[in-house]
Design a protein around this ligand. Structure first.
Ligand SMILES: [Cu+2]
Length: 157
């Protein structure tokens, strides 16, 4: 089901509005376009420790979210790449709204957790609009082949 839109703003304009912080369509706290995740069959329910395996065989675990479940706005995610703690390399997190064809104006900063191989923190995961989000987690091991998964989550609002 596609969300009802109270106003039709091209995605780029909506992102620009979000970046500028100006009140506008869907940006003002009192004027959020509502979205009922209980009627969204495409999303996976958020569960701490939820895991997916990429086409290349790499496991991706969404260990935790703060807040939990993720909310509309900034979230801090902890991720585990690989099972054996052997992963070293680069991790990228890319949130995207497939229904609206836009991402997020604030790129998550992904930082390895010292002393915990394969463990990363992504902050902020800025899910700024209620609705369906595809959050791609992409891992490129040092000297290896890139693998990725998509966590498809619904943000109530
Ligand atoms: Cu959107």
């Amino acid at each position: 089901m596609r969300p009802r839109r109270r106003c039709l703003v091209p995605a780029l304009v909506a992102v620009a509005v979000a970046v500028s912080g100006a009140a506008g369509c869907g940006d003002d706290g009192d004027d959020v376009i509502p979205y009922d995740c209980s009627t969204e069959p495409r999303a996976e329910p958020f569960v701490p420790g939820m895991q997916q395996v990429g086409a290349g065989g790499t496991s991706f675990t969404l260990v935790s979210s703060e807040p939990s479940p993720p909310i509309r706005d900034d979230n801090r995610w902890e991720l585990q790449i690989g099972d054996g703690g052997a992963f070293t390399g680069a991790v990228k997190v890319v949130p995207f709204m497939p229904d609206h064809r836009h991402g997020t104006p604030i790129a998550p900063v992904v930082t390895p957790v010292a002393g915990s191989p394969g463990r990363f923190v992504a902050d902020p995961v800025n899910l700024w609009m209620p609705g369906l989000w595809d959050v791609t987690v992409r891992a490129t091991p040092a000297g290896g082949v890139r693998d990725e998964v998509v966590f498809r989550l619904c943000i109530d609002g």
